[in-house]
Write a protein that binds this ligand. Structure first.
Ligand code: NDP
Length: 491
């Protein structure tokens, strides 16, 4: 696979579990249909893995752990960087697979998702060689303390469907860099690039059993991972309800948990911002990936003095966005990930109308010629009568944003914080004092000022309140995937 393969994913593409460096059918021979969201057709099958498959993955990981955890940092780093390079060399193939599985425009997969997945391996391959531990001299007691950062053992990584390879590798890369072995489950709805990653890992020389990928339903395969007595840490990204369930299952076993959950992020626009920059970025932060990014600014609050102008300009720009087949270069908005998700998102448009929301643009399912059964929806802007209506409080996770005006800083701060979530917030202003006041008071794990989704992999990533527990990114991720042990030596 070192040279890029130009062949497309075959029309009917079934996949297998990747266990102990080899591909296997599920033991019970149960399978799940995989749909292509752009045309609504089944294009493959994936294993519906049972507890026994998870157990086999665990056994492989456990066997690999003693050697991998003792492999030098330079060697681990070399292999991770090799995986990164192979992903880059196979960009087109991975982008096609991601787009076909998820419905996202191929241009987005090619420019963002796959390159970022490659960056995850490169970043953590380098970071592990710089991961220093602390030492403390106990002055006057003739003793020195130092902190060991030891790998945990076998860890579980479970990821969602919206940024399939990016979020999958965001967990796997730090886990294996830190010397753990992994049992991982991607979303059952978007398993294809995780499957292809297995081939890449083998080619890069990752020892057998270090990474094991088991496909299947959350309620069976995922459940078997979180219930496993000897999988000592779970890194999970997904919905808040699933996160709460995982916390309940994991707590009695004292597993380490990192939970990256839902969001309902405010995008707060003051009149003194750089207007054009704000407008263009707000289009992106509202509808990138069909609005299916946990960081999307789905609640837009605009200072009253520029509200009418913003409303007009924003709606005009949204009307220009092209909904189309994900493989077409001109497409801005691809397909939503699945039929049930499309129906859920559409329901929210009706809920908004019932709550006296005004649909300023969009609101309709779209029929794309030649792909009549695909899951397409117009980007939709809803003017809401107040911040407490359901569309302003509940995570929709689709191409819908709400807008409403505000008058004062205090008022908008209260509205921004008055949701159960606290993942990210965006602030548009050129007023330094206001920037500082608001950034410090917004209840969110990440605040962007005059930008959106600018990522630096060294920074902590995660949410507060119902958006999660713990932080990923940079050394935070390496801390999560290691146990700290203090050694105290009297001399
Ligand atoms: P889900 O919570 O439905 O699923 C996430 C993953 O968990 C999937 O692999 C799923 O499997 C699995 N799962 C489901 N039930 C269980 C279980 N009982 N035990 C173990 N695993 C289980 O989320 P979605 O896939 O629908 O993703 C969308 C959600 O993810 C949104 O709420 C979004 O905000 C959030 N998200 C958060 C991010 C963050 O960084 N905070 C980033 C991206 C998304 P299966 O696919 O088979 O159901």
């Amino acid at each position: 696979m070192s040279k890029e393969k130009s062949n497309e994913i075959p029309a009917f593409a079934s996949i297998q579990n990747y266990i102990n460096g080899n591909f296997h059918n599920p033991i019970q021979d149960h399978w799940i249909d995989n749909y292509n969201p752009s045309n609504g057709e089944i294009y493959g099958q994936i294993p519906n893995s049972s507890k026994e498959d998870v157990e086999n993955a665990y056994i492989a990981a456990k066997s690999a752990f003693p050697v991998w955890s003792q492999t030098t940092l330079e060697e681990r780093s070399r292999i991770l960087i090799q995986i990164s390079e192979l992903l880059e060399a196979n960009l087109q193939r991975f982008a096609e697979a991601e787009s076909k599985d998820n419905g996202k425009p191929i241009s987005l997969a090619k420019a963002i998702d796959i390159p970022r997945a490659a960056s995850n391996f490169r970043f953590f391959g380098n970071a592990i060689t710089q991961f220093a531990s602390e030492s403390h001299e106990s002055v006057g007691q003739q003793a020195v303390n130092y902190t060991l950062r030891q790998p945990i053992g076998v860890v579980g990584c479970i990821s969602p469907w919206n940024l399939p390879l990016y979020l999958f590798t965001w967990k796997i890369a730090p886990a294996i860099a830190a010397g753990n072995c992994v049992v991982a489950k991607p979303s059952e709805i978007t398993p294809m690039t995780a499957y292809l990653l297995g081939e890449i890992c083998t080619e890069a020389g990752l020892p057998k059993g270090v990474l094991n990928i088991v496909h299947g339903l959350g309620t069976t395969t995922g459940q078997a991972i979180i219930e496993h007595q000897d999988i000592k840490a779970i890194s999970f990204t997904g919905g808040t309800a699933t996160g709460a369930h995982i916390a309940r299952v994991a707590a009695p076993m004292f597993k380490k948990l990192s939970l990256e959950l839902g969001g309902k992020n405010p995008n707060i626009i003051f009149a003194d911002c750089d207007y054009e920059d704000m407008l263009d970025t707000t289009v992106r932060s509202s509808f990138a990936n069909q609005g299916q990014i946990c960081l999307c600014g789905s609640r837009i609050f605009v200072e009253a003095s520029i509200y009418e102008k913003f409303k007009k300009d924003f709606v005009e720009k949204i009307k220009d966005l092209k909904v189309g087949h994900p493989s077409e270069a001109s497409t801005n908005i691809g397909a939503l990930v699945s039929k049930p998700h499309l129906e859920k998102v559409k329901d929210y448009i009706e809920i908004a109308k019932a709550e006296k929301g005004i649909v300023l643009c969009g609101g309709n399912q779209v029929t794309v010629k030649g792909y009549e059964n695909g899951y397409y929806l117009e980007p939709t802007v809803i003017e809401v009568p107040n911040d407490e209506c359901r569309v302003n409080q509940e995570e929709i996770f689709g191409p819908i944003v709400t807008i409403m005006p505000f008058n004062t800083e205090d008022e908008v701060l209260q509205m921004a914080n008055k949701v159960k979530y606290g993942l990210s917030a965006t602030l548009w202003t050129n007023n330094l004092k206001r920037t500082m006041r608001m950034s410090h008071q917004l209840q969110a794990g990440i605040v962007w000022v005059n930008t959106w989704m600018m990522r630096d992999l060294r920074t902590p990533f995660g949410g507060v309140k119902a958006s999660g527990v713990g932080r990923e990114g940079g050394f935070e991720a390496l801390r999560f995937f290691t146990e700290a042990k203090n050694v105290c030596i009297k001399y």
